[in-house]
Design a protein around this ligand. Sequence first.
Ligand SMILES: Nc1ncnc2c1ncn2[C@@H]1O[C@H](COP(=O)(O)OP(=O)(O)O)[C@@H](O)[C@H]1O
Ligand SMILES: [Mg+2]
Length: 476
Amino acid sequence: MISRACGDSNKHNRCGKGPIFAQIRQAIPLAKSLLFCPDMCYLIIVSRPKGQDSISATKNHLEPIPLGACLDGKYHVQSLLGRGSMGLVYLATDASLQREVAIKVLLPRYAADERVAKRFRLEAVSMAAVRAENVVQIFAFGDYEGHPYFVMEYVPGYTVGNLIENANNHGEQLYLDVVIGILKQVCRGLEAVHARGIVHRDIKPANMLIGPRFRVAITDFGLVETIRSSAERDLAGTPLYLAPEIIRRQEISAELRFSSDIYALGISSYEMLTGQVPFDGESIKEILRRHLKEDPKPLSDFRSDLPPGVQDVVLHALSKEPGDRPRLGMDFIDALVAARDAASGAPYQRLGGPRVLIVDDDPETRTIFRTAIKVGFPDTSVVEATDGVQGLDLAKTTKPDLMFVDLNMPGMNGLELVASLRADESTHEMELVVVSSNLDTEACRLLGSLGVTTFLAKPVELSQLVDVVRSALKRR
Ligand SMILES: Nc1ncnc2c1ncn2[C@@H]1O[C@H](COP(=O)(O)OP(=O)(O)O)[C@@H](O)[C@H]1O
Ligand SMILES: [Mg+2]
């Protein structure tokens, strides 16, 4: 899967962020993490023994902080998470609070450049100004042997960029509901950023992190423009996502300052839905020219299942004139959701075959179920959740045709999950099978009152499992 996901990615080289291989490598060391596959149809559990890094642990003189170093007497650097054009991001352990953190440090070649160092501090200060669930939180700023660094919360997972790339490599597209689920959170984060008078200036899928329970958080404030910094505005940014007014270095009125982020949000949405950015090219000059002069191809050229209103909302955000775009991120997402909902009276065309969701905290059970289902019903997509809360989220976003629920899970258990599913209008009719190693009559009675009629006892008989799936999918 990894080799398939690591195909050629010149596009990413052109946007200055290195090939997808580097991004996948970042995702892999994130032990314990779930790597969502392309269309969110299934999850792959990526795990590695603790203390072993897939990225070389040898000291590299180009890297400002050696692995194993201790910063400020408490941050123990463990591995490299990401490498950008300006800096490096490490995974570290904060010994004082006993938690993992991410540490970003400037590349050594910039440490002596006062302008870059000033911008790095601005990045940290801007992050600190925003407190929101959908924005990565910063904890501290420091200096390690002349290398400035800042400490932030560690979001174990992968980026929306990884998600798109995976989908492309499998010839698949992200479900509209999944894209909306991501964008809702990005827009909430962006709202908090804009509320502090900050223009992010580098909104793109690679800067949207997806963590546990499908939490999306905006990161990378490296190019922010604050009210005070706007005088030194330049052509910084990732060419594929740059708004025309930035390319033209046009003077913008105060109320339209945030429009370039809306444009970048539009490009990101276009990319999530179609698998490609609207304006690509062989050179940066060519890309910038297309932003200025060309109309994006309709999204319907790439997929036919999108309600027309959805396409209109995305194209609206890509208006060449800042004043013609939705004013705020929330306006954009509200319009997108309204367009989706307006069309949902008509049957929403789902892609692919049937979907099965497995909610179980035991990785072995999930593997057995997934393998048996994939073998017995090859066109079926299998989605996995490791706990009840995630199961509830995935049930709402992926709308499976059949869901297996483990009864005994820490946190939200199976009974609570079933009750929550029945209480929600979008999931109350879901086809459920409860799985447990200790099904007593009381639990069966309670579950029966919640409309659960099929139970599987662990260890599960494979033939029984296949029968259950077959008859559930027949009813579909
Ligand atoms: N807080 C974090 N938790 C986990 N991974 C992170 C975090 N911050 C950054 N990363 C990883 O490091 C990469 C580079 O970080 P970023 O801040 O975007 O740097 P750059 O400015 O060089 O693009 C990200 O794409 C992401 O994969
Ligand atoms: Mg980045």
